[in-house]
Design a protein around this ligand. Structure first.
Ligand code: ADP
Ligand code: MG
Length: 236
């Protein structure tokens, strides 16, 4: 009986999410259809609305690609990875965007490997989502500082701190809810996907913030020592 209840609750959440997604995708679709009609009936010159149409398409594309990250990875997708390496690659990906926003990304990490068992692309997505938000929170530029270390409890700790606008107390509790956004071009899906991925990795994520001072996201992932011997054996 209890299981049934949990299942119906899950169905309810899935239904809510589906309704939200349908709504978010239908809006740009409706406007695309409208512009096509204008062009087809000759009431608009070809090309007049291409820029808007393109941005509507890009919007649908970003919603769909963020949602794709929600699919649960299979067991065999998890591999031993050094978080420092994944983070270094992620920062390289975001370097151009940071420079464009006058943002400097500072990276600090312990000298030893910080092994986790994870899906590389998903962990990258987590770091991308949080760092992008940090950059977007600083319209006049600033510093994003990233710290990685093994904490006292033996977990891998990743802290991403910005000097941005901050998040109010009330907003802090809404983080991770689908479609919550304060941005014109936001999807409000980044953090929901981020929280889900961290959860799939048996990790935790939390945010601390002070208005006008900045925000720190702390992520913890279980440290998983790499089984050197068995990997060596498998290579033979
Ligand atoms: P999006 O970035 O598309 O708005 P997210 O799920 O990534 O969606 O973030 C949701 C909201 O959380 C943002 O619109 C913003 O209001 C807030 N937020 C997230 N990270 C930060 C941050 N580092 N500083 C300030 N606000 C943030
Ligand atoms: Mg975002």
């Amino acid at each position: 009986n209890e299981e049934l209840l949990i299942n119906s609750e899950k169905l309810y959440v899935a239904g809510q999410l589906a309704a939200g997604i349908a709504h978010e995708i239908r809006n740009p679709l409706t406007s695309l259809k409208g512009f096509l009609q204008l062009i087809a009936t000759g009431r608009a010159s070809n090309g007049q609305f291409y820029a808007i149409m393109k941005s509507e398409l890009v919007r649908i594309e970003s919603i769909v690609s963020e949602l794709l990250m929600l699919s649960k990875p299979q067991m065999y997708d998890f591999t031993h990875r050094d978080v420092r390496q994944i983070m270094a690659e992620t920062v390289t990906l975001l370097e151009t965007q940071a420079i464009l926003h006058d943002v400097v990304i500072e990276l600090r990490a312990e000298e030893r490997p910080l092994w986790v068992l994870g899906v590389e692309n998903q962990l990258k997505q987590v770091f991308i989502n949080v760092i992008k938000n940090a950059i977007e929170a600083m319209p006049d530029g600033g510093v994003v500082s990233i710290d990685m270390s093994l904490d006292d409890a033996g977990a891998v700790g990743i802290r991403i701190r910005d000097e941005g606008c901050g998040i109010s107390k009330e907003q802090l509790s809404t983080l991770g809810q689908p479609f919550y956004t304060t941005k014109d071009k936001g999807t409000g899906l980044g953090l929901m996907v981020t929280y889900k991925i961290v959860d799939n990795h048996q990790g935790q994520i939390a945010a601390e913030s002070e208005m006008g001072v900045g925000t720190t996201f702390s992520i913890r992932l279980p440290f998983k020592e790499r089984p050197v011997a068995s990997e060596a054996l498998m290579r033979i």
